[in-house]
Ligand binder design. Structure first.
Ligand code: AGP
Length: 612
């Protein structure tokens, strides 16, 4: 999704903004631009990466104490220089950057066209800046009033930063259903789509609330208003200075780095949550609401993409430990049906970014329906976190690769700890089993390191299959979601079509797809039903399908059935999805590299999907 970075204060804004845009690259984009105010406005924007923009600007004038920057993920209008942000009003007086979708842009555009306005780009954002300019010139308004009036007519979502070149002592920021935060420092402001590019400059920030706007001045003063122009006293938030390590640490991509750091990130995920001495799980946010968890009638897990896969695994784990029925829903589906939520229902949105528009909208619906909401997110202070009754953070650090890896294993791991905690509160788990799983959790990071040793074999497997057009991933029980996740990883970064299925479902149709061109990955770590899985593999083998089996170390498996066997270290069956997903992450990485794909920023994708 688009990224916004802005600066206003006493320093030159361009170096701050261009570095900030680099920290927002992980959100996914196809073009970038900056506008710099220094008496007059300098505007540089182009299709491509931030570093290409930087090279393009290299010899230009870049001093100026106000700068707006933007990385664009195309919604209206193809990726090209003209459609890149910032956008200017026709006279060039107003400059704007925008994240979101102006749903009634066509109506506004035909109105403006009837007033004689012309447009350079195909974007909804240019319509917005022209509409603000129309209010300003028609009613001789200051920028803040023109923005307020224009937003009053806008339908859709926005996070915007706007400046008036004739009054260059301030900027207007506004948001609705899209993230925007600004940091306060001595006489200066740092504005961004999330806190990551700000936290090294200041830890005091304001997360603008929906339907509000603020005027930030270059003398360090500011005012916040609602759209009825009522002054608002905003909530100040203190964030952590970012210890996030943005270096590649010698890896060729963030994805490979993030796959290989999962032992460390799972340790961070469990830090202060596993008490080995006492043999307890510590989750204070649950402890503070024991009654709610003890009397929960139903748990609803929500998410999108990989987070939805984590939710599916969570269902198996919670229902096997807590004696509570669990529903899992795509957030985008939940929000448009009339979900039945009763008293004592708990809704748990799962989201790495904490900004996914569909998940946020589903959360708001759950709040409106009176559910107790408990979000599991990675990004501290994210919108989903701030709109939930309680939150548990993944604590894995910024995940930059668009394909989620370390966040996924942390989501599953946190769901396991949460289930253990709830089971302990409800008394639905024997103490010996509780402590056994806690010990297995403690050993998990070491087993992750061991699992990563399969990399060489997985690379060989990828060299064998990367030219195929299709692949299937099969699993049973809590490995069915692992199959779905393996398929998503492969398709989203290598563009090979892939599907995940419950292994037993093959004979109900998909087995028609099997031929010698179809590699089939079978996750067979479920000890209790291994014979069923062997039968499923035999069905595939007898139709000339090629099987790559993921099995537990020491698990007996007929050698003639699989072309390759990847061994997964033994652990508690409930924890096996974390380990089984790692070879599949590596396979998708190697296949994508062999196909010359950009594994960190796959085509058409964004890291944080803040549009619906
Ligand atoms: C994961 O590999 C994908 N990039 C995508 O499906 C992602 O999981 C989904 O967009 C949800 O994102 P979130 O966890 O930040 O809400």
């Amino acid at each position: 999704m688009c990224g916004i970075m802005g600066y206003i204060g006493k320093k030159d804004g361009y170096p701050i903004v261009i570095e900030g845009l680099k920290k927002l690259e992980y959100r996914g984009y196809d073009s970038a631009g900056v506008a710099i105010m220094n008496g007059s406005l300098s505007l540089y924007k182009k299709q491509g990466k931030v570093r290409e923009l930087e090279n393009y600007i290299h010899t230009q004038k870049t001093n100026g104490n106000i700068a707006l920057g933007h990385t664009r993920w195309a919604t209206h209008g193809e990726p090209n220089d003209t459609n890149a942000h910032p956008h200017l009003s026709e006279t060039g007086r107003i400059a704007l950057v925008h994240n979101g979708i102006i749903e009634n842009y066509a109506t506004l555009k035909s109105f403006l066209t009837s007033k004689g306005y012309t447009f350079k780009s195909d974007t909804d954002s240019e319509v917005l800046v022209q509409y603000i300019a129309w209010y300003q010139s028609t009613y001789s308004l200051d920028l803040n009033e023109a923005v307020r009036r224009a937003l009053g007519d806008v339908e859709g979502t926005y996070a915007i930063v706007v400046l008036d070149t004739l009054k260059p002592n301030g900027v207007i920021v506004a948001k609705k259903d899209n993230p925007l935060v600004f940091g306060l420092n001595e006489g200066e402001f740092y504005i961004a789509s999330d806190a990551s590019p700000i936290s090294n400059f200041t830890q005091e920030v304001i997360y603008l609330k929906d339907g509000t706007y603020a005027e930030l001045f270059d003398n360090g003063t500011y005012e916040v208003y609602d759209l009825e122009k009522k002054s608002i006293d905003p909530e100040l938030t203190t964030i952590q200075s970012s210890k996030d390590n943005y270096s590649l640490d010698g890896y060729d991509s963030y994805m490979l780095k993030e796959i290989h750091e999962q032992a460390q990130t799972l340790e961070a995920n469990m830090e202060q949550r596993i008490d080995l001495e006492e043999g307890e799980i510590r989750i204070p946010e649950i402890d503070e609401h024991k009654r709610i968890f003890n009397s929960a009638n139903k748990i609803i897990l929500l998410g999108c993409g990989t987070s939805w896969h984590a939710a599916l695994i969570g269902k198996y784990i919670i229902e096997s430990l807590c004696d509570i029925p669990v529903e899992v829903d795509y957030a985008s589906e939940f929000r448009y049906r009339n979900p039945i939520i009763r008293e004592n229902d708990i809704v748990i949105p799962i989201s790495q970014s904490g900004e996914t528009a569909d998940t946020l909208a589903a959360l708001k619906l759950a709040n409106e329906k009176g559910a107790f909401t408990y979000s599991l997110v990675n990004t501290v202070g994210s919108t989903i976190a701030r709109n939930s009754d309680i939150v548990s953070y993944l604590k894995v650090g910024v995940e930059i690769g668009v394909a989620s890896t370390k966040a996924f294993t942390a989501q599953v791991n946190l769901l396991t700890m949460m289930a253990l905690k709830i089971a302990r509160i409800k008394g639905t788990i024997e103490l010996s089993k509780y402590k056994e799983i806690i010990n297995c959790l403690d050993a998990l990071p070491g087993l992750v390191e061991k699992t990563l040793e399969c990399n060489k074999l997985v690379k060989i497997i990828a060299e064998n299959y990367y030219k195929r057009d299709h692949a299937l991933f099969l699993g049973r029980g809590l490995n069915f979601p692992v199959a779905l996740e393996g398929a998503l990883k492969l398709k989203e970064i290598s563009y090979i079509h892939a599907e995940g299925y419950p292994a037993a479902e093959m004979k109900h149709g998909p087995i028609a797809l099997i031929d010698e061109q179809m590699p089939v990955f079978v996750i067979a770590t479920n000890r209790s039903i291994i014979q069923k899985l062997i039968s499923n593999v035999q069905e595939i083998k007898s139709r000339k399908g090629e099987v790559i089996v993921l099995k537990e170390e020491g698990q007996e498996f007929p050698n003639d059935l699989a072309s390759y066997a990847i061994e997964i270290p033994k652990t508690h069956e409930l924890l096996s999805p974390v380990l089984a997903s790692i070879p599949l992450q590596l396979f998708s990485y190697h296949a994508a590299k062999l196909r010359g794909c950009n594994v960190d920023q796959p085509r058409n994708l964004a890291k944080s999907v803040t549009v619906e």
